[in-house]
Design a protein around this ligand. Structure first.
Ligand code: NAD
Length: 273
C-alpha cells in the first residue's frame, strides 16, 4: 500500500482526504447524534510485527507457521484487534488508525455509537482494476488483457497472500452493527475473507491461467517499501458478537470479477505497476 508516497503533494492529499475529512464526519455525527460505522483497514498494523509473523510456504502461498509461539493478536483464524499497531504502519494505515482514535473519542465525548471494522481486501466485479482498488481485481484485469505483471519482492515467487471478501458480506456486517443497541464494551472488530478466502498471487495467477489461458508474470526480487507477505483477518469476534458470517466464497468473487472484465472490454484502464 503505497498511498501518499507517489510524489509531491500526495502525502498532504492523503492526510486531507483520509484524516482531515473524518473531522467533518465526526462533527456531523455530534450535531445530529448520528451513529458512525467506520471502515478501517488491515493497514493499521505494525509493519515490523507483520513482517515478523512466522511463515511457511504451502501450495505456492505463505501461511502462518504455528509450530512456535505466535505474537499477541494472531491465531490460526488470522489477525485480530489485539495485534500490534506500533508505528510505522504506512502513511495510509496511520491515517486510518488516527481516524479510529478520533471516532472513539467523539463517540465517548458526545454520546453517539461508534463501530469500527478493520477490513481486509474487498473485492468484487466493477472495481477499477488498479492496484489501489485492491490486488484481486487488478491482477485479474491485467492477466485477462495480457498486461505485463510482476511478482514484486519476497524472492519474486508470488507467495504473498491476502484474504478477500465481497462488499455484500461487509454490508451485512454493518447492518448487524447498526442493529446492535449496546453502547459499551468492544467497539473495534476485524473482518475479511479469513483463512478460507485467502490466496497468493501465484495461486491467483494459476486461477487466471485456467480461466483465460497462460500468461506468466515476471519476477522482481527488489523488496517494496512497506510491503508485507501475509495478511488474513480474523472474523471470529465479529461472528460471535453479531451472528455474522461471510457467505461469498473467493472463487465466486473471482468469477464475478472475470465476467465483468470480460463483458466490458473498455473497462477502466489498468495503471501499470
Ligand atoms: N479494495 C480494497 O480492498 C482496498 C482499497 C483501498 C485500501 N484498502 C485497504 O488496504 C489493504 C490492502 O492493502 P495491502 O497493503 O494488503 O495490499 P497491497 O497494495 O500491498 O497489495 C497486496 C500484495 O500485492 C502486491 N502488489 C501490490 N501492487 C502490485 C502491483 N502493482 N504489481 C504487482 N504486485 C503488486 C504486493 O506485493 C502486496 O504484497 C486492505 O486490506 C484494506 O484494508 C483496500
Amino acid at each position: 500500500m503505497l498511498a501518499g508516497l507517489s510524489g509531491a503533494g500526495s502525502s498532504r492529499r492523503l492526510f486531507e482526504h483520509n484524516l482531515a475529512a473524518i473531522g467533518n464526519v465526526l462533527e456531523y455525527c455530534r450535531e445530529h447524534k448520528a451513529g458512525l460505522a467506520l471502515l478501517s483497514s488491515s493497514r493499521v498494523y505494525s509493519i515490523s510485527a507483520l513482517a515478523s509473523i512466522p511463515l511457511r510456504v504451502e501450495d505456492q502461498a505463505f501461511e502462518v507457521d504455528d509450530a512456535g509461539r505466535l505474537p499477541a493478536g494472531l491465531t490460526a483464524n488470522g489477525i485480530g484487534v489485539e495485534f500490534s499497531t506500533s508505528a510505522p504502519v504506512s502513511l495510509y494505515g496511520a491515517t486510518k488508525l488516527a481516524s479510529e482514535i478520533m471516532a472513539l473519542e467523539y463517540g465517548a465525548a458526545f454520546d453517539f455509537p461508534v463501530w469500527i471494522t478493520r477490513c481486509g481486501v474487498l473485492a468484487g466485479a466493477g472495481q477499477f482494476g488498479t492496484p489501489a482498488q485492491g490486488i484481486f481485481a487488478f491482477w485479474i484485469n491485467a492477466h485477462l488483457r495480457r498486461r505485463p505483471m510482476r511478482y514484486i519482492g519476497f524472492e519474486g515467487a508470488g507467495y504473498q497472500t491476502r484474504d478477500a471478501f465481497h462488499p455484500r458480506d461487509l454490508a451485512a456486517l454493518l447492518v448487524a452493527q447498526m442493529r446492535t443497541a449496546r453502547t459499551d464494551g468492544r467497539r473495534i472488530y476485524t473482518a475479511g475473507g479469513g483463512p478460507s478466502n485467502s490466496m497468493s498471487l501465484a495461486q491467483l495467477t494459476a486461477w487466471c491461467d485456467e480461466r483465460f489461458g497462460r500468461h506468466a508474470p515476471t519476477s522482481d526480487k527488489e523488496p517494496r517499501k512497506f510491503d508485507i507477505p501475509w495478511v488474513v483477518m480474523d472474523n471470529s469476534m465479529a461472528e460471535a458478537e453479531f451472528g455474522w458470517k461471510i457467505e461469498m466464497p473467493l472463487g465466486t468473487i473471482l468469477e464475478g470479477i472475470a465476467q465483468h472484465a470480460n463483458d466490458h472490454p473498455d473497462w477502466l484502464e489498468v495503471s501499470h505497476a
